[in-house]
Ligand binder design. Structure first.
Ligand code: ZN
Length: 684
C-alpha cells in the first residue's frame, strides 16, 4: 500500500519504541528524534533519496546486536548478484562509470561530467541501466565522445576488461549498450506477440527462446504434485551445445563468490541465534545456499514461517520473480529487520478482537463468519536493505510465495513502519497538503493523525478486512472473475474505514481520541476522488485494482451524499477540493456500501460487480484530471524514492568476541555506493 500522499507524523505513534531497558548500555546506539533527523539525502532525475531511522535499535541485547550485524553483512555481500541478474552489462558499466567518477584528473564541473554523475546515480538506484520501476533503459545525457575519452584516459587496471580484451574491444562492446536506444531497450518485455526472453535485457536466460524455456519448465510440472518445488527459481537457463541446462546459483556454482560470503556471515549469525526455530531456519538456509536444492528451499521456507518468536528476522535469498518475464527466476534480495514490539501490540489487539468486529460489521447476518480468526501480522523496523530490496524497497512484505506452503503453513505479513515514517516525513513541508486541502482544519488533522491512521488502516485491512465475511454455500470463489480483485480490495478497505470511526478504536487504545479517524477519511476521499490521479497519464483509465477500489468507494459515497452533503466536491479559484461536512454520515454511507460489496462477494453476483466497478472505479473525468496534474507538477515532488542504509560498525575484543556496535546515519548516496563497490564487490 504505497501512497503518493504522506504527511508529518504524529508524535504519538513514534513514541512507540521509547523505553530503554537498563541492561543495554550501548552508547553507540541511539536514535535521533524525528524533529532532529534530516530524511532527505539527495535529489536527481525522478528520484529523491532518503535515509531512515532505526528506532528501537538501542533496546537490542548485545547478542541481538551481534546477530543483526552479521545478517547485515550478509545482506550487503550479495549486492553484485542483482546487477548481473538485471542485465549482463550492468556490472562492467557500473564499474567503468565509478572509475570515471573517481578519477583524479577529470573536470568535475563540465556538463558531460554532471550528466554522467546523474546517469551513474540512476544506475545505483536501479541496480543497472534500466529504470527500476518503468523498466526502460536510461538515456545518457553525456556525449559518447566524453565517455570514450574518459575511458581511454583511465589506467587499464581500473577498467573491467576481460582476459585479453583491449580497451578498443571493450568500448566497442559497451558503448552501444549505453548509447544506442535500440540495444536492450527494456529490462522485461511484457508485450504479447514478441519473444519475451529474446527481447528482454534481464539475464536469467541465454540463447534460449521463450518457447524453449516454456517447454523446458512445462515438462517438469506434474499436475498431481500438490507440493511442487519452485521450478527454475535459483538458476540461469542456458543453451550449451544445443542443449538446455540450468546453471544453478549455489556455492561452487553460479554466483559462488558472493554466496560464499553470504554463507560466511550467516554461519556467524547462526552461532548467536536467539531461538531454536530461528536457528533451525538459518541452518537450512545455509544448507540451501550450498546445495542449490529447491526442496531444501521449501524446507527452509516452512521453518522460516514457524520462526515467529524471535525479535530479529530477515529475508536473504532468491525470493521474488518479478524480474523474469516468465516468472520462474528469482532475484536476490535482503531485508534485515527486528520486530517493533509496541506497534505489533496494535495488530495483536486487533486480531484478539476479530470476532467482535465480525459480529458488529454492517453486513447481513447470513454473510458473516461464525468463527473468525485474525491473521497475525507484525510491524517491523528495517535495519539493512540489500540486493533487490535496495535502494528502493517495498513497505510491506508477505512471504513465502509458494501457494501450497502458504495454505499449509501460513505466511508472514509485515509492515515496515520506519520506512513509512521516512516517506511521510520527507514530504512534510512539500506543500502537498496545503495545495489539496480545503482549509487549515484539514491540514492540521492530517499533520496530527494521518500517519497513525494510515498504519491502523493497513492493519485493519490486512488483519481483519480480507479475512471477514463468507461465501454462501455453492458459490464459486472465482465468480467475480476480472472484477474480483477490485471488489476484494474494496471489501477490506471498507471494513477498515467503517470501524475506524467506531468508539471501539478509542476503547481498545488504537486511536487517541474521536477526532483522529477524520484524518483518514479526509485523505481517503481526497485521494480517491482527486490526488491519486497524479499517477494516471492523461487520457488513460484507472487499471490497478487498489486504485480502482479507492475511486469506487469515494465516488459511490459522493453520489450517495447528493442530498445530505456528507461529502462534496467544491470549487475555489478554479481549483477542486473535497469537503467533508459530516464525518459520521460518511461512516454510515461506508457501512451501506460495505453491506452491498459483501453481498456481491458472498453471492458471487458478477453482474452487480461489473456494474459497480465499471460505473465508479474505472473512468476518469478529464477536466479534473488535467487540473490535478497541473497543480501537482507545480509542487516539484519526486515521483520515486529510494534509500541509503545506516552504517554499522562493530567492535571486537582481542579474542574476537563481539563487544558492541555503533550506528551512523550520515553517509551520503554516492559515498555509500562507492564504499559498497569497494568492500562488497564479489563478482568478476
Ligand atoms: Zn488488500
Amino acid at each position: 500500500m504505497k501512497r503518493t500522499v504522506a504527511i508529518a507524523m504524529s508524535a504519538l505513534m513514534l513514541a512507540g519504541c521509547g523505553q530503554k531497558p537498563a541492561e543495554t548500555a550501548n552508547s553507540g546506539l541511539t536514535t535521533p528524534e524525528i524533529g532532529e533527523f534530516n530524511y532527505i539525502v539527495d535529489r536527481f532525475a525522478d528520484m529523491q533519496i532518503l535515509r531512515y531511522r532505526v528506532p528501537g535499535i538501542e533496546n537490542l541485547t548485545l547478542r541481538q546486536q551481534e546477530m543483526l550485524y552479521y545478517l547485515s553483512e550478509a545482506a550487503l555481500s550479495g549486492r553484485d548478484i542483482i546487477y548481473d541478474q538485471n542485465c549482463r552489462y550492468n556490472l562492467p558499466i557500473r564499474r567503468t562509470l565509478e572509475s570515471i567518477y573517481t578519477a583524479e584528473n577529470i573536470d568535475r564541473e563540465s556538463a558531460d561530467f554532471k550528466a554522467m554523475e546523474t546517469y551513474l546515480k540512476r544506475v545505483w538506484v536501479s541496480n543497472g541501466i534500466h529504470h527500476h520501476y518503468a523498466g526502460d533503459k536510461f538515456r545518457p545525457e553525456f556525449s559518447q565522445a566524453f565517455f570514450e575519452n574518459a575511458v581511454r584516459s583511465l589506467p587499464a587496471d581500473r577498467l573491467p576488461l576481460r582476459e585479453g580484451q583491449s580497451v578498443d574491444e571493450f568500448l566497442a562492446e559497451i558503448t552501444p549498450v549505453i548509447f544506442d536506444p535500440a540495444v536492450m531497450p527494456l529490462h522485461k518485455n511484457q508485450a504479447a506477440g514478441a519473444d519475451l526472453l529474446l527481447t528482454s535485457a534481464s539475464n536469467y536466460y541465454e540463447g534460449v527462446t521463450q518457447a524453449e524455456a516454456e517447454a523446458f519448465y512445462g515438462a517438469m510440472q506434474d499436475p498431481n504434485d500438490h507440493e511442487p518445488i519452485s521450478y527454475g527459481l535459483n538458476s540461469k537457463l542456458v543453451k550449451k551445445d544445443g542443449k538446455l541446462v540450468e546453471e544453478t546459483y549455489r556455492v561452487g556454482g553460479m554466483y559462488s563468490a558472493p554466496m560464499e560470503k553470504i554463507v560466511y556471515w550467516l554461519e556467524k549469525a547462526l552461532a548467536v541465534a536467539e531461538t531454536e526455530p530461528q536457528r533451525a531456519a538459518l541452518e537450512k538456509l545455509i544448507s540451501f545456499y550450498k546445495s542449490g536444492n529447491l526442496e531444501e528451499f521449501d524446507e527452509y521456507a516452512i521453518l522460516w514461517v514457524k520462526d515467529t518468536q524471535s525479535l530479529i528476522d530477515y529475508v536473504c535469498g532468491y525470493t521474488e520473480t518479478y524480474g523474469d518475464p516468465l516468472g520462474y527466476k528469482a532475484s536476490w534480495e535482503a531485508l534485515i529487520n527486528f520486530k517493533n514490539l509496541e506497534a505489533t501490540k496494535r495488530t495483536e489487539t486487533i486480531s484478539a478482537n476479530a470476532q467482535w468486529f465480525e459480529n458488529n460489521s454492517p453486513t447481513a447476518p447470513e454473510f458473516k463468519k461464525e468463527e473468525v480468526k485474525g491473521v497475525t501480522a507484525k510491524v517491523i523496523t528495517a535495519a539493512m536493505l540489500g540486493g533487490d530490496c535496495y535502494p528502493s524497497v517495498p513497505i510491506g512484505i508477505n512471504l513465502p510465495n509458494a501457494n501450497w506452503i502458504r495454505a499449509a503453513h501460513g505466511s508472514k505479513s509485515v509492515t515496515i513502519e520506519n520506512l513509512t515514517e521516512a516517506y511521510a516525513e520527507s514530504e512534510a513541508g512539500s506543500g502537498f497538503d496545503e495545495e489539496f486541502s480545503w482549509s487549515e482544519t484539514e491540514v492540521e488533522l492530517l499533520k496530527n493523525y494521518l500517519v497513525l491512521t494510515d498504519n491502523l488502516h493497513t492493519d485493519l485491512h490486512e488483519c481483519l478486512g480480507h479475512g471477514s465475511g463468507k461465501l454462501l454455500p455453492g458459490v464459486d470463489p472465482n465468480a467475480l472473475k476480472e472484477y474480483d480483485a477490485t471488489i476484494e480490495e474494496a471489501r477490506a478497505d471498507l471494513f477498515a474505514l467503517y470501524f475506524m470511526a467506531d468508539k471501539k478504536m478509542t476503547e481498545l487504545g488504537l486511536l487517541p481520541n474521536e477526532e483522529a479517524y477524520k484524518a483518514q477519511y479526509y485523505d481517503y476521499f481526497r485521494n480517491g476522488l482527486l490526488t491519486q490521479l497524479t499517477r494516471i497519464e492523461p487520457g488513460k483509465n484507472i487499471e490497478e485494482s487498489h486504485m480502482r477500489n479507492r475511486q469506487l468507494i469515494a465516488k459511490w459515497v459522493l453520489e450517495k451524499s447528493a442530498d445530505d452533503k456528507a461529502v462534496e466536491l467544491r470549487q475555489r479559484d478554479g481549483k477542486t477540493f473535497v469537503v467533508i461536512n459530516d464525518y459520521l454520515l460518511v461512516q454510515k454511507h461506508l457501512g451501506e456500501l460495505l453491506a452491498e460489496i459483501q453481498r456481491i462477494k458472498s453471492t458471487g453476483d458478477y453482474a452487480a460487480a461489473k456494474a459497480i466497478v465499471e460505473n465508479y472505479a474505472v473512468k476518469v473525468d478529464p477536466q479534473i484530471h488535467n487540473e490535478i496534474l497541473e497543480r501537482y507538477a507545480k509542487l516539484n515532488l519526486a515521483p520515486y524514492k529510494a534509500f541509503v542504509n545506516p552504517v554499522y560498525t562493530a567492535s571486537f575484543d582481542e579474542n574476537g568476541k563481539f563487544t558492541g556496535m555503533t550506528i551512523d546515519y550520515t553517509e551520503d548516496f554516492a559515498a555509500q555506493h562507492l564504499r559498497y563497490s569497494r568492500d562488497y564487490s564479489y563478482l568478476k
